[in-house]
Design a protein around this ligand. Structure first.
Ligand SMILES: Nc1ncnc2c1ncn2[C@@H]1O[C@H](COP(=O)(O)OP(=O)(O)O)[C@@H](O)[C@H]1O
Ligand SMILES: [Mg+2]
Length: 250
């Protein structure tokens, strides 16, 4: 073997190694067994669409990855950029770069847009500056002095994503970000999610609007009753009518 092939193989391994990896993850609400052995892999800068029917376990999977206490993870491993997330508490996972934007977005009441962002920046690390955020989210710049909870649904979603970017962000977990939003706002959020890919930010998006999520995503995982029933490229799902019909009703 020549030196050249050795180098090429090493670089191939480097680019194909998953940046984020979940291995045989099991989680419970009390004694209710919900996340039943989920495994998934995402490469750096990729977008993964996590799909499945209502009650399939998508939110529970995101919450387990973010290391919330509920559901409780009892088995499995979670690795982000070489770090063992499964050994972390939720605040440590956040510090390691995992930011969950839940369905209700959790904008802090009584604070302006700018105060919500400034508060996020209190955490240590190299998140985006206010200037960078306002450049990418002109709507937030326009509304910087407005109370965050009085924004439209779409603007609140942007603020929630911007707040994640204000922290050290490696893995963005989005739970139903498009819910209730007009198509034009969805497009604006898609543009932002697309623009952070080259920065190496990896995204897992849970969406009822499966077609929109699949068009945006590189990879797709479909859950059913807490188990992975499909893992592959987003295109494979878009091209597979049977799969779409059975698990996504589209
Ligand atoms: N806090 C909870 N306590 C007990 N069971 C829950 C709780 N939250 C969700 N579940 C149950 O876990 C299953 C998966 O829910 P969830 O992860 O919210 O699904 P999805 O996000 O795919 O709609 C459902 O059967 C749901 O009823
Ligand atoms: Mg859910």
């Amino acid at each position: 073997m020549t030196a050249n092939t050795t180098i090429r193989q090493a670089s191939e391994i480097e680019t194909t190694r998953p940046f984020f990896s979940v291995r045989d993850m099991h989680a419970y609400y009390g004694e209710s067994y919900i996340v039943q052995g989920v495994s998934l892999d995402v490469r750096r800068g990729e977008i993964l669409a996590l799909l499945g029917r209502n009650g399939a376990g998508k939110t529970s999977t995101l919450r387990t990855i973010a290391r919330t206490d509920n559901p409780q993870m009892r088995q499995g491993e979670i690795w982000l950029d070489g770090a063992p997330v499964h050994q972390m508490k939720s605040f440590e996972a956040a510090r390691a770069g995992i930011q969950l934007v839940p369905e209700d977005r959790r904008i802090i009441q009584g604070l302006t847009v700018e105060e919500n962002l400034t508060l996020a920046k209190v955490a240590p690390g190299n998140g985006w500056s206010l200037e960078q955020i306002y450049q990418s989210f002109p709507r937030l710049a326009e509304r910087r002095t407005q109370e965050g909870v009085t924004l439209s649904g779409g603007e609140q979603q942007m603020l929630a994503i911007a707040r994640a970017l204000a922290r050290d962000l490696k893995l963005l977990l989005l739970d139903e970000p498009y819910e209730g939003l007009a198509p034009v706002i969805v497009q604006e959020i898609e543009r932002i999610l697309h623009s952070i890919k080259p920065l190496g930010i990896t995204t897992i998006i849970v969406e009822q609007n499966a077609v929109a999520a699949l068009k945006l995503a590189d990879r797709a995982v479909i859950l059913d009753t807490g188990e992975v029933v499909f893992a592959g490229t987003a295109k494979e799902v878009l091209d597979n009518a049977e799969l779409r019909h059975e698990y996504l009703a589209i």
